[in-house]
Design a protein around this ligand. Structure first.
Ligand code: NAD
Length: 481
C-alpha cells in the first residue's frame, strides 16, 4: 500500500496477483486491514488543508510534473499492466499514455477553476458563488482499465484541491501502486494520493469511513448499488460509473466498411472487456449480409495470443471466472436460436493452455431475451441482429436497462439527429468509432450509473458551491469638480 508517501503494509497478510496469460503468480501485495484504511484516510485528511490552500496553478504544475514522470516510465508501467491485467503490450502502452494525457488535461485546467458573481441581488448587495473542494475522496475502481479509471478520478479530484484514497481492484493493484510512487516523486505531496489494496471488505470500510466526503466508484451495477447504500450513511456524495451494454445501429445507407471496422475495434479492444464497447449490433435487414461479410473478414484476422507477443490483438480474459461466465452467456445465446458465425471456442494452441483465452466470436440473431441481449457481455463475443426499421433499432437499443454508450451509422443527417436525441445513453457516436475525449463529459444513465467524468463537469463534481452574499456601502457621490 502507499500511504502518506511511503509503501507500507503487512508482510504476512498478502494477496497474490496472478498473470491471466499463464495463470502464474506475478507478485504479492498486502491486504489492507481496517487500521490501514484508517491510516490512509487520516493521511489524506491530514494533507487536505495544505493542499487546498496550495495555489491552484501550483497544484496543476505538480500534477503535470507527476504525469511527465509517469510518461518517462511508460514502458515499465505497460509491462507491469500487461503482467497483472493480461491486455496486450500495445494496449497497455496506450492506456498509460491516456493516463498521462488525462492528468495533463486537468493540470491545464487548474487555472480555469472559478466561481461566479451575481450582481444586484438587493440594494448594494451582490452574491458570489464560490467553489470549494470536498475533502477526502475515495476512488474505487474496476480491473478493466486500472490506470485510466484512476486518472479519471484522481486528476480532477486533486486539481480541485481534494485528497484521495484510491482502491484498485484486488487483481490489478501493481501498476496503481507504482504510479502513486511516481506521482509522489514528481512532486505530488505525501498524503494527497494514497492507495490501499484489497477487495470488497476494504472497499466497504473506505466507503463507510466517516471522514470520506465523496465516493467515486467504477464497477458493476450490483456493487454500485451496495456502495451507494453504504454511502447514504453520512450523506456522502457518490458517483457511479457502472456496467454497460452499448447498442450499435447500422442503417441501410451507412458506410458499411467503416461501420464494420468500428464494430470490430469497438468490440474486441481490450479482449472485449471494456465498459464502453460495441455490445449489441442492430443492422438494417437490407445491409446485413454485406455488413456481416465485412465484419467477419476483419474478425477472422484478429490474432489471439500471448499479450507480450508482437502481432497479438486479443490477449486472455482477465480471470477464469470471466471466461466461464462468457461461455455460459454464449451457450445461452446459441440455445436460444443464435447462429455461430466465427469463433466460439478457446484457442487450441498448446502455448495458450495456461491462460484464460477465448476466440473472437460473432453470433447472428440470438433471441432478444437471451443473455447476450439482456446482460452485459464482458468478453470477445458480439451478437448481431437484423432490424426492419430505424424505429425497431431504437426500440431494441433502448430496451436495455443500461445506458452508457451508443452508436449510429447513417448518411442521413435527420436519422442521426433523431437517434442522438432519443438513444438512452450518456454518449452517442455518429459515424465514428466509440472513443472517449477528455473534453466531453462521460457517464451513464439508468443501470449504468450517474455522475460525470471528463470535461469541466468533472471539476464541478469534485467541488461544492457555496453562496456568499456581500452588502457594501452605497457608492459615494463623485466629488464636485
Ligand atoms: P466490481 O463491482 O466487482 O468491483 C469494482 C471495485 O469495487 C473493485 O475495486 C472491488 O474490489 C470493489 N468492491 C467490491 N465490492 C465492494 C463493496 N461492497 N464496497 C466497496 N467496494 C467494493 O466490478 P469489476 O468486476 O471490478 O468491474 C467490471 C465492471 O466495471 C463492468 O461491469 C464494467 O462495465 C464496469 N466498468 C464501468 C466503467 C464506466 O465508466 N461506466 C468503466 C470500467 C468498468
Amino acid at each position: 500500500m502507499f500511504i502518506a508517501g511511503e509503501f507500507t503494509g503487512s508482510e504476512r497478510q498478502r494477496t497474490t496477483v496472478t498473470s491471466p496469460a499463464a495463470g502464474e503468480p506475478v507478485d504479492t501485495v498486502p491486504e489492507a486491514t481496517v487500521a490501514d484504511v484508517d491510516a490512509a484516510v487520516d493521511a489524506a485528511g491530514g494533507a487536505f488543508d495544505a493542499w487546498r490552500n496550495t495555489r491552484a496553478s501550483r497544484r496543476g504544475e505538480l500534477l503535470h510534473r507527476g504525469a511527465r514522470r509517469v510518461l518517462a516510465h511508460r514502458e515499465e508501467l505497460a509491462r507491469l499492466l500487461t503482467a497483472e491485467h493480461g491486455k496486450t503490450l500495445r494496449e497497455a502502452g496506450l492506456e498509460i499514455h491516456r493516463f498521462v494525457t488525462t492528468l495533463e488535461h486537468y493540470a491545464g485546467l487548474a487555472r480555469e477553476l472559478r466561481g461566479s458573481h451575481v450582481p444586484g441581488l438587493d440594494h448594494n448587495t451582490y452574491g458570489l458563488i464560490v467553489r470549494r473542494p470536498l475533502g477526502v475522496v475515495a476512488a474505487i475502481v474496476a480491473w478493466n482499465f486500472p490506470t485510466l479509471l484512476l486518472a479519471n478520478k484522481v486528476a480532477p479530484a486533486i486539481v480541485a484541491g481534494n485528497t484521495v484514497v484510491a482502491k484498485p481492484a484486488p487483481t490489478t493493484p501493481l501498476t496503481t501502486l507504482r504510479i502513486a510512487e511516481l506521482l509522489h516523486e514528481g512532486g505530488v505531496p505525501a498524503g494527497v494520493l494514497n492507495v490501499v489494496c484489497g477487495g470488497a471488505e476494504v472497499g466497504e470500510a473506505l466507503v463507510r469511513h466517516p471522514a470520506v466526503r465523496k465516493v467515486a466508484f467504477t464497477g458493476t451495477t450490483a456493487t454500485g448499488e451496495r456502495v451507494a447504500a453504504a454511502a447514504a450513511a453520512g450523506a456522502k456524495r457518490v458517483a457511479l460509473e457502472l456496467s454497460g451494454s452499448d447498442p450499435f445501429i447500422v442503417c441501410e445507407d451507412a458506410d458499411l466498411d467503416a461501420a464494420a471496422s468500428a464494430a470490430s475495434v469497438g468490440r474486441f479492444f481490450n479482449a472485449g472487456q471494456s465498459c464502453l464497447a460495441v455490445k449489441r449490433v442492430y443492422c438494417a435487414e437490407e445491409a446485413l449480409d454485406t455488413f456481416l461479410q465485412r465484419l467477419l473478414d476483419r474478425v477472422r484476422k484478429l490474432t489471439v495470443g500471448p499479450p507480450t507477443m508482437g502481432g497479438t490483438v486479443l490477449g486472455p480474459l482477465h480471470t477464469e471466472a470471466l471466461r466461464d461466465r462468457l461461455e455460459r452467456q454464449l451457450a445461452d445465446g446459441l440455445e436460444s436460436g443464435g447462429e455461430l458465425l466465427v469463433g466460439g471456442e478457446r484457442p487450441q494452441h498448446a502455448e495458450l493452455a495456461g491462460g484464460w483465452y477465448f476466440d473472437a466470436t460473432v453470433v447472428s440473431r440470438p433471441a432478444h431475451d437471451s443473455r447476450l441481449a439482456t446482460e452485459e457481455v464482458l468478453g470477445p463475443v458480439l451478437p448481431v441482429w437484423a432490424v426492419a426499421s430505424l424505429d425497431e433499432a431504437m426500440a431494441r437499443a433502448n430496451a436495455s436497462p443500461f445506458g452508457l454508450g451508443s452508436s449510429i451509422w447513417t448518411r442521413d443527417l435527420d436519422a442521426a439527429t433523431y437517434a442522438a436525441g432519443r438513444l438512452e445513453a450518456g454518449y452517442t457516436w455518429i459515424n465514428c468509432p466509440p472513443r472517449l475525449y477528455e473534453q466531453l463529459p462521460f457517464g451513464g444513465i439508468g443501470a449504468s450509473g450517474f455522475g460525470k467524468e471528463h470535461g469541466h463537469e468533472a471539476l464541478d463534481q469534485y467541488t461544492d458551491s457555496k453562496s456568499v452574499v456581500v452588502r457594501h456601502r452605497p457608492p459615494r457621490a463623485a466629488p464636485a469638480s
